[in-house]
Design a protein around this ligand. Structure first.
Ligand SMILES: NC(=O)c1ccc[n+]([C@@H]2O[C@H](COP(=O)([O-])OP(=O)(O)OC[C@H]3O[C@@H](n4cnc5c(N)ncnc54)[C@H](OP(=O)(O)O)[C@@H]3O)[C@@H](O)[C@H]2O)c1
Length: 270
């Protein structure tokens, strides 16, 4: 017996950006597990070889009911984003759910010492990339009845609500995601398009390794004495939000591990 959530998701085409690691990878797998009979998932990221491995893992876990397409995409490249949908095989073009997850943080520098390249990469990925992806997919949604149908699930962060020292640019990008998301929901009020924001607290992924330019020991120190969320924890919330009845919009969420109450309020075991 399929669950109500599985029935609602069946037949959908889902695009997950940043699917090669962490939350994106877990999200693709959780969708596949939840509706294993009839689903299409597009895995997008720059590391296409990793995406191919994940596609194989999904096939081994749930079988052939889920069709998975690994697709190379750099969301910070506006041309690539613009041509992305038309480059997909026809059977994957009718996207129902976009998970705007690709994102990153670089460094902990404070003004005036922030590398302008880091500023550029964070804004062009987290903000412009997310906006361009949304603009590329919305026309597909808007062709559907009642003004349009489909889900846009934006991955924000606690950082977008409460900025912290050493994270000024990343926090600014996530605050921008929050503003864009809230405005979009209002703009699309007369449609069936659901605009959903998921804001995680601390999650252990490659995120901190990227922040410290590949220095794993510095990344590990971030989680010392803590029990961070896993990417699966966030994936479950994303899939839950997408799996609600059409008239139910999980507009906004904030998800912490139990030891965290803000970016700085963190209980560490000694
Ligand atoms: N981990 C946390 O504590 C935390 C907390 C709050 C919010 N978040 C947010 O959650 C999202 C996922 O992060 P994560 O924690 O899962 O980190 P992660 O393990 O480093 O995964 C980030 C993903 O984004 C992709 N990506 C980065 N730049 C890209 C680009 N230009 N084009 C396409 N894909 C790109 C990466 O793939 P490629 O390198 O293969 O392109 C990777 O798949 C991000 O938006 C992040 O800001 C994370």
């Amino acid at each position: 017996m399929a669950t109500a959530m599985a029935k609602r998701l069946e037949g959908k085409t889902i695009l997950v950006t940043g699917a090669s690691s962490g939350i994106g990878r877990s999200t693709a797998k959780e969708f596949a597990r939840t509706a294993p009979k009839n689903l299409k998932i597009i895995l997008a990221a720059r590391r296409v070889d990793t995406l191919k491995e994940i596609a194989q893992e999904i096939k081994e876990e749930v079988g052939d009911g889920v069709k998975v397409l690994p697709a190379k995409l750099d969301v910070s490249n506006p041309e690539e984003v613009k041509n992305f949908v038309s480059s997909l095989p026809a059977e994957f073009q009718d996207i129902d759910i976009l998970v705007n997850n690709a994102g990153l943080v670089k460094g902990v520098a404070q003004a005036p010492n922030i590398d302008p390249q880091d500023v550029d990469v964070m804004f062009s990925t987290n903000v412009t990339g997310l906006i361009n992806m949304t603009q590329a997919i919305l026309p597909i949604f808007k062709k559907r009845s009642e003004g349009g149908r489909g889900d846009i699930i934006n991955i924000g962060s606690i950082a977008g609500r409460e900025p912290y020292p050493g994270g000024s640019i990343y926090c600014a990008t996530k605050a921008a995601v929050r503003s864009f998301t809230d405005a979009l929901r209002k703009e699309l009020i007369a449609t069936r398009i659901r605009i959903i924001e998921i804001d995680p607290g601390q999650v252990e992924t490659e995120f901190s390794v990227v922040r410290f330019y590949g220095d794993k020991s510095k990344a590990d120190a971030v989680y010392a004495g803590c029990e961070p969320l896993t990417p699966d924890d966030i994936a479950e919330v994303i899939v839950f939000a997408a799996g609600r009845r059409e008239n139910v919009v999980i507009a906004d969420t904030l998800i912490f591990p139990s030891h965290q109450a803000s970016p700085g309020a963190m209980h560490r075991k000694v």
